[in-house]
Design a protein around this ligand. Structure first.
Ligand code: ADP
Ligand code: F6P
Length: 321
């Protein structure tokens, strides 16, 4: 093998830059040429790419986002789109690809692999919704960002004796809300994986007020049912003691300098992805399992739902007093 490529796809995640750097420098260390594809699968279809050397990935380890840019590319979900992408890979003499991204991106990677092109996936998504990795790149930084926000909201909530619904990202997963809620000392956590009714939450707010709490923070996952707006409508205008406010944290959770954990994770997984290709492996995703880097077949990864550990939910409930 002489030449490989790397791309980032889907929602960006802090730690993707350290990962790109590790892919590039590991591959160069093994005398391979490396091409960076811009804007994920969209760049593959448009042949938007550039050669990368060790210097091209200098000074990026501390930066959030992705220096290769990313995109959501519906065209790649079609057979025709993927054929165009394959043609471009072949035309540029690229023999293997590292795909850094979330579950959609890894699904795209599996499809390329099934078309006979060697691919290794690296999990990067703040949602932490990919199986066969304890943590995806970006989760730790996002958690720290949302914790900082929760701490700040708590200050103002206590000053005004208010209840806040703080909506956090995670798409269909409650991982960020659950871990952020526990680490932020929230009074309630609302996640898609556990049924919560509007009435139950209202009772808990009222009860917390009666118990003399200074504030009530409910961390609500964006995928929760009922959703934040429905919960807020139900709570507002009722005699709960606390006045109710809503904060939707949004994309602030995706940005920022990667934490030490995400830099190390990105670096380890990026190096492992390049090494897998060098060893002739393909169709796998590298992940972190019990602090060891493990490569698992993409097919198996994507056929396995990742569920949040409900022991953490029980722990949170025990501490919400
Ligand atoms: P993430 O990778 O962060 O989960 P998306 O779900 O938006 O983000 O997926 C990113 C991109 O991966 C999509 O825009 C598309 O190009 C590709 N992708 C997603 N699902 C598929 C699929 N079923 N087949 C082929 N490509 C896909
Ligand atoms: O998958 C990462 C994520 O940030 C989800 O948590 C969220 O639902 C989604 O992406 C937001 O997507 P966009 O950046 O396209 O608005």
């Amino acid at each position: 093998m002489r030449k490989i490529a790397v791309l980032t796809s889907g929602g960006d995640a802090p730690g993707e830059n350290p990962c790109i750097r590790a892919v590039v420098r590991t591959a160069i260390g093994h005398k391979l040429e490396v091409v960076g594809i811009h804007r994920g699968y969209a760049g593959l279809i448009d042949a938007d790419m550039e050669p990368l050397n060790a210097r091209s990935v200098g000074g990026i380890i501390q930066k959030g986002g992705t220096c290769l840019e990313t995109a959501r590319c519906p065209e790649f979900e079609t057979e025709e789109g993927r054929r165009t992408a394959l043609r471009n890979l072949n035309r540029h003499g690229i023999e293997a690809l590292v795909v850094i991204g979330g579950d959609g991106s890894q699904t795209g990677a599996l499809k390329l692999h099934q078309m006979g092109f060697p691919v290794i996936g690296v999990p990067a998504t703040i949602d932490n919704d990919l199986a066969f990795t304890d943590m995806a790149i970006g989760v730790d930084t996002a958690l720290n960002t949302l914790l900082d926000a929760i701490d700040r909201i708590k200050d103002t909530a206590s000053s005004h004796q208010r209840a806040f619904l703080v909506e956090v990202m995670g798409r269909h997963s409650g991982y960020l809300a659950l871990m952020g809620g526990i680490a932020g000392g929230a009074e309630a956590i609302v996640i898609p994986e556990v049924e919560t009714s509007c009435e139950e939450l209202a009772e808990r707010v009222k009860d917390a007020y009666v118990r003399g709490k200074a504030h009530f923070i409910a961390v609500v996952a964006e995928g929760a049912k009922p959703d934040t707006q429905t919960l807020a409508q139900h709570l507002s205008g009722r005699e709960l003691g606390f006045e109710v406010r809503v904060t939707i944290l949004g994309h602030v959770q995706r940005g920022g300098s990667p934490t030490a954990f995400d830099r190390l994770l990105g670096t380890r997984l990026g190096a492992a992805a390049a090494q897998q290709l060098i060893k002739g492996q393909k169709g796998k995703m590298v992940g972190l399992i019990g602090n060891k880097v493990v490569a698992t077949d993409l097919e198996k990864v994507l056929a396995t739902p990742k569920s949040v550990d409900l022991e953490f939910y029980k722990l949170a409930q025990m501490l919400e007093r």
